[in-house]
Write a protein of this length. Structure first.
Ligand SMILES: *Cc1c(COP(=O)(O)O)cnc(C)c1O
Length: 388
């Protein structure tokens, strides 16, 4: 007998690859094995596929195909954006602005640049996770080269006001980068409307393969490459172009665009069902913004329980994650939730539900039952220990 597997509610961490995506990728492993740089039939076939993918990605965000640089994912795209712009615009200044709730793939390149002598402002957020635009306005200076603000937060799903941020950057002549790893395919994104100069993608958060992504770079924007070698991607990203992965990324984006409206409605509804049921728990708090949020994301904190024990209790039945990084025995509370003003105990006792394409109302009902049961269980054992 095969053991029952936990219900997968961790789509913010990664998603399964869609069957259509696998089917699109398969021919490019063996049937069409060419290197897009080669000058023969095999090379041309691969080159055509990559060209088509570039058009598809560009269309999805209202960019031009030549503004797309393929990378290994959003971590690389963010590193290229931040370090590459910092190096290329040294003449303009050494000031960068980002936000405390960014993904580490933005925060760490910024910390690295600080060590090299750059100055970075890490903007705080308000209680519901949004930045204060007035504060951003006051932070921008003539030597600010880059502003990096994510489109959708990976822990809370909070959506930042990108168009307003883009307008402020434009006013102050600072370049605007947004990490859209969580947002692409889930909310409409138009680089013209938001006036973004750089935007990071990844495949595996939208039912594409892991290990592929892209950076949109507005025409006329200078950037220094991270990798030096064969000069692929106009010298901005050396390394043999990963044709099958790029075809997969493109198919995933195409599908996401096709189904965005219906999927978003479906996920919002499931998320509301889950939240409704979980509110039977006393001392439960929603983390993030009630409406300015990704459709499939629900992040909650439960008062008076140990977050790690709660996760362990749930593991056999529900695959979710905590807001905290569980690498160590005593995990640090999530930097995102503490930036929202949650105290360490509540930040540690958080659960992130990431709902996805294949989840059903039945999954949600079962998951809620498991969570309610686990919380009740933990609270009663904790009370028993206290009383003994
Ligand atoms: C997942 C994620 C990343 C990292 O993407 P990879 O493709 O795994 O490198 C970066 N930023 C955000 C917001 C993410 O959710």
């Amino acid at each position: 007998m095969v053991a029952k597997r936990p219900i997968y509610l961790d789509h913010q961490a990664t998603t399964p690859v869609a069957p259509e995506v696998i089917a699109a990728m398969l021919p490019y492993f063996a049937e069409h094995p060419g290197n897009p740089s080669s000058g023969h039939l095999y090379g041309w076939e691969a080159e055509a596929a990559v060209k088509q993918a570039r058009i598809c990605l560009a269309e999805a965000i209202h960019a031009n195909p030549e503004e797309i640089i393929f990378t290994s994912g959003a971590t690389e795209a963010n590193n290229l954006a931040i370090k590459g712009i910092a190096e290329a615009y040294l003449q303009k200044g050494r000031h960068i602005v980002t936000v405390q709730t960014e993904h580490n793939a933005v925060l760490e390149p910024c910390r690295y640049l600080e060590k090299l002598g750059f100055e970075v402002t890490y903007l705080p957020v308000q209680a519901q996770g949004l930045i204060d635009l007035q504060q951003l306005d006051q932070t921008l200076r003539s030597d600010t080269v880059l502003v990096s603000v994510m489109a959708a937060n990976n822990e809370t799903g909070v959506l930042q006001p990108l168009a307003e941020i883009g307008a402020l950057c434009q006013q102050h002549q600072a370049l605007f980068h947004t990490d859209a790893a969580q947002a692409i395919g889930k909310i409409p994104l138009d680089v013209q409307t938001i006036q973004a100069d750089l935007l990071s993608f990844t495949g595996h958060k939208l039912y594409g393969p892991k290990g592929v992504g892209a950076l949109y770079l507005r025409r006329g924007t200078r950037i220094a490459p991270l990798l030096h070698g064969g000069g692929q991607e106009k010298g901005l990203r050396s390394g043999t172009v990963a044709t099958p992965m790029i075809v997969g990324l493109s198919k995933a984006v195409e599908l996401a665009m096709l189904h965005q409206a219906t999927e978003s409605q479906q996920l919002s509804q499931l998320r509301e069902e889950l939240w409704q049921q979980l509110q039977k728990i006393e001392g439960i708090y929603l983390n993030g913004h009630p409406t300015q949020r990704l459709p499939g994301c629900l992040n909650i904190s439960v008062a008076g329980v140990d977050g790690n024990r709660l996760l362990r209790e749930l593991q056999p039945n529900v695959a979710i994650s905590s807001g905290s990084a569980c690498a160590s025995a005593k995990p640090a509370p999530s930097h995102v939730l503490t930036a929202l003003g949650r105290d360490a105990a509540l930040a540690r006792a958080s659960l992130r539900f990431g709902l996805g394409r294949t989840n059903t109302s039945d999954d949600i009902a079962q998951a809620a039952q498991h969570v309610i049961h686990a919380v009740t269980q933990l609270r009663s054992t904790q009370a028993a220990t206290l009383n003994s």
